[in-house]
Design a protein around this ligand. Structure first.
Ligand SMILES: Cc1cc2nc3c(=O)[nH]c(=O)nc-3n(C[C@H](O)[C@H](O)[C@H](O)COP(=O)(O)OP(=O)(O)OC[C@H]3O[C@@H](n4cnc5c(N)ncnc54)[C@H](O)[C@@H]3O)c2cc1C
Length: 363
């Protein structure tokens, strides 16, 4: 079993100022008003309903790998999502549908699918957190994103106080977004993924991954090779959680890659004329995605750039802001994030937006 999640200590005082830092990969976040643990979908719904009956705000927290929680913590009820398991719910030829409980550690699931010869998630290896959080920001990496394999999400609708099944087409998946992100309405209980029984991966889409595998973009490779190579590439960038490596005490990428209108992209090119063509990827609707890491680096914030209290840009990846001593405050992290955002805007005129969900703090 994955060691991603900290389990609560029986009898621990949730109002201890260090409480939520224990449950986030940044090791940041203040006290909780109340801390509950939910080990099944029924318990998740019950805990949410009971908090509502107490008229308390609710924070759902699973792996804590995509949240920045303020130093004041969260005064309401924090529900730790710890439901586990997955099962095949439909089979049709080589296509299978797997239903995964929200709290199942994501990388354990990916490992299990690769072992069983189920293709579809292999390039998402090594991403921390829970399966239930993957639809929230349409988790993606190395040319794959969960929107390609999710067929439905089972969720508790807090507005209508009922459990619903939401088809993928109604999830409004986009680059690092969905109807679930920044919404308190939905509590994800389980996710259905449609996978293919196949010994080989889908076509490799990401040039860096293809190079590392020694194949051409578009080729397929054995599932286990795809997984091992993705994990190796990620580890080299501090993008696989490692308790011994402070570069991984982060939320992964702190900023999303900006998607610019064509005119804004041309302005960026002018402002970056001395630096050559900014790395870019054409997107639908004549928009262009640009590399946040490149913008940050070229604005003068290189790997290892330090902010207050030991927070710093990872020494392995320009997009990750890490609590490298484990002793910083959220305020310090936010100070560094603002400095970077403002510096990039001043140099290139491009706004950067945070990828994680910010709770009781803002940049
Ligand atoms: C080292 C590192 C590398 C990363 N690499 C990637 C990457 O390559 N690609 C990528 O997309 N992300 C990446 N991430 C970000 C993160 O791992 C993912 O977004 C992950 O899906 C978050 O899962 P979690 O369980 O930790 O969510 P949490 O951090 O616990 O929660 C994130 C948000 O989702 C909400 N939430 C959690 N569970 C539920 C639920 N069951 N129902 C409703 N809302 C819920 C929370 O309230 C919060 O708003 C990385 C993070 C780290 C630390």
């Amino acid at each position: 079993m994955s060691d991603v999640y900290a389990e609560p200590t029986t009898g621990a005082d949730p109002t201890d100022p260090a409480t939520l830092a224990r449950y986030t990969t940044l090791r940041l976040g203040g006290p909780a008003g109340r801390l509950e643990i939910a080990t099944s979908a029924d318990e998740i719904v019950r805990q949410v309903r009971e908090a509502e009956a107490r008229e308390q705000a609710v924070l759902l927290l699973a792996g804590g790998s995509n949240v920045v929680i303020g130093d004041q913590g969260f005064p309401g009820t924090v529900v730790l999502i710890r439901s586990r398991g997955f099962r095949v719910v439909a089979e049709d030829g080589d296509t299978i549908t797997v239903r995964v409980e929200a709290g199942e550690p994501w990388d354990d699931l990916v490992a299990a699918t690769v072992e069983r010869g189920w293709s579809g998630l292999e390039c998402l290896s090594g991403i921390p957190g829970s399966a239930g959080a993957t639809p929230i920001q349409n988790v993606g990496a190395y040319g794959q994103e969960v929107a390609e394999t999710i067929v439905a999400v089972e969720a508790y609708d807090r507005t209508h106080r009922t459990v619903v099944r939401i088809a993928a087409a109604d999830c409004a998946f986009s680059y690092r977004g969905s109807i679930f992100k920044y919404s308190d309405r939905w509590v994800v209980l389980s996710v259905d993924f449609r996978l293919t029984r196949a010994p080989l991966s889908g076509p490799v889409r990401y040039a860096e991954l293809a190079r590392a595998l020694g194949v051409e973009v578009g080729d397929r490779v054995p599932l286990a090779d795809a997984r091992a190579t993705v994990r190796r590439l990620r580890a080299g960038k501090g993008m696989v959680l490692d308790a011994q490596d402070p570069d991984t005490w982060s939320v992964g990428s702190f900023f999303t890659n900006p998607v610019l209108e064509r005119a804004a992209y041309e302005l960026l090119r002018e402002r970056a004329a001395d630096l050559g063509e900014p790395p870019n990827w054409p997107c639908p609707g004549d928009t262009v995605k640009v590399s946040a890491a490149w913008l940050i680096d070229k604005a003068g914030f290189g790997k290892g750039y330090a902010g207050p209290e030991g927070v710093a840009i990872s020494t392995k990846h320009t997009l990750a802001l890490a609590n490298r001593t484990g002793a910083a405050s959220t305020a310090a992290l936010i100070t560094l994030a603002r400095e970077i955002r403002d510096g990039v805007h001043a140099r290139f005129g491009v706004p950067l937006h945070p990828e994680p969900v910010l709770i009781n703090c803002a940049i």
